[in-house]
Design a protein around this ligand. Structure first.
Ligand code: NAD
Length: 366
């Protein structure tokens, strides 16, 4: 029986090969005449060409780094204000989309990005620029969430606010053809973590449950192909769909223990986001195994939760991702377990994990 729930998915989604080429028509539909482009280095030459071809792209910030810094958001806000922009278009992985989302929420308002980051000012979903999110990796699902993950110095913060919800998502799998194999694996496992964590979150809901099951199925069937054959358009298309569905799976229920642990693993041991989530994901499949998870496994053609855990571990090993505690270098176990246990997302995990349980989990990773 379904418990009570409130479901909303406000993002208009354009999905399919070639959809990015329709950006002009999409801008017209949204009545956008001045937009700032935001991307990382890999897309900078294309973004430059877009500016030359269409005067509606009034400025470009193309210096987004992995784990995007607040300073990039400040620069994007400055460009938006200087050009009186109506929209910010984030083209790239989660780092570019999250930069665009945060900047769009600050630009038309008083104050600077730091004031909002530090909580001295509050975001207002009714006063922000339009946000167009264009993923070029297949992982974060940021194109359909109201989340922006931002770093300021060494601190990495996840801010969840309706002001960040994209106006439109343009998901064109052709944009992901050039993603290197290791990034393909990391981002694909991030999508797996979103689907599984949305599904087993204490806040799970019937509609995201369905997108979660379909996302897990698509990842199991396509991630290895996308990793080994980056130009396999069918595999890239299915992974782009899986990432989108993974985003829809956790947007409302939110993630849980694997994401809670990913923050210390990224901040202190420098694992990229997807690799950090994947580090504990197979352990958590075993810890969180219950009837519901068995149901998901059968629905995607697996015999058991143990088989799901083994498939996740095999994906990590295939790409040489870190799987063992020793792979992290010198570990401050007390701090690691304390920081993981204290993360608010830990409260969404169906099984309570205190510092002692987390220590047992990490120590078993040999
Ligand atoms: P990313 O955006 O940091 O990109 C990873 C690397 O891949 C970068 O060097 C980028 O330039 C490159 N790249 C991207 N697309 C490419 C392409 N098509 N061809 C070649 N290279 C390409 O990585 P990501 O995993 O997509 O995003 C991670 C960030 O997103 C983290 O900060 C994470 O915390 C955040 N995140 C946000 C949400 C959300 O809902 N907002 C969800 C999960 C993760």
């Amino acid at each position: 029986m379904a418990n009570e729930f409130i479901y909303a998915q406000p993002v208009k989604i354009w999905f399919g090969e070639g959809k990015f080429a329709q950006l002009s028509a999409i801008l017209e539909e949204l009545r956008i005449e001045r937009a700032v482009l935001v991307c990382g280095r890999h897309f900078a030459p294309d973004a430059q060409a877009m500016m030359e071809a269409d005067k509606r792209f009034v400025a470009l910030f193309s210096q987004v780094e992995q784990n995007p810094q607040l300073s990039g958001i400040e620069e994007t806000v400055r460009l938006c204000r200087a050009h009186d922009a109506q929209a910010v278009i984030g083209i790239g992985g989660g780092s570019s989309m999250d930069t665009a989302k945060f900047a769009a929420a600050v630009a038309p308002n008083e104050g600077e990005a730091l004031d909002y980051y530090e909580g001295r000012r509050s975001f207002d979903a009714k006063s922000r620029l339009a946000i167009l999110a264009v993923p070029t990796t297949a992982g974060t699902g940021s194109e359909v969430t109201q989340v922006s993950v931002v770093s300021h110095g060494k601190e990495k913060k996840t801010i969840n606010n309706p002001a960040f919800m994209p106006t439109a998502a343009i998901v064109d799998p052709l944009l992901s053809i050039g993603v290197p194999p290791r990034t393909t694996m990391c981002t694909g496992l991030d999508a797996m973590a979103h689907a599984l964590e949305g599904y087993w979150s204490k806040n799970h809901q019937p509609i995201p449950d369905l997108t979660a099951i379909q996302a897990v199925r698509l990842i199991l069937e396509n991630l290895e192909k996308a990793y080994r054959h980056g130009d396999d358009r069918e595999a890239r298309g299915n992974m782009a769909l899986a990432a989108l569905m993974g985003g829809l799976s956790f947007a409302l229920p939110k993630t849980a223990a694997s994401h809670a642990c990913s923050y210390p693993l990224s901040e202190d041991y420098h694992l990229p986001h997807g690799e950090a989530c994947a580090f504990t994901l197979d352990s958590l499949v075993k810890i969180n195994a219950d009837e519901r998870l068995e149901y998901l496994c059968r629905a995607v053609g697996l015999s058991s939760t143990d088989e799901l855990a083994a498939r996740i571990r095999a994906f990590k090993e295939m790409a040489g991702l870190r799987t063992k505690l020793g792979d992290l270098g010198e570990v401050d176990m007390d701090k690691l377990c304390r920081d993981c246990a204290a993360h608010p997302l830990m409260n969404n995990n169906p099984v309570k994990l205190d510092e002692k349980a987390l220590r047992d989990m990490f120590e078993a990773l040999k």
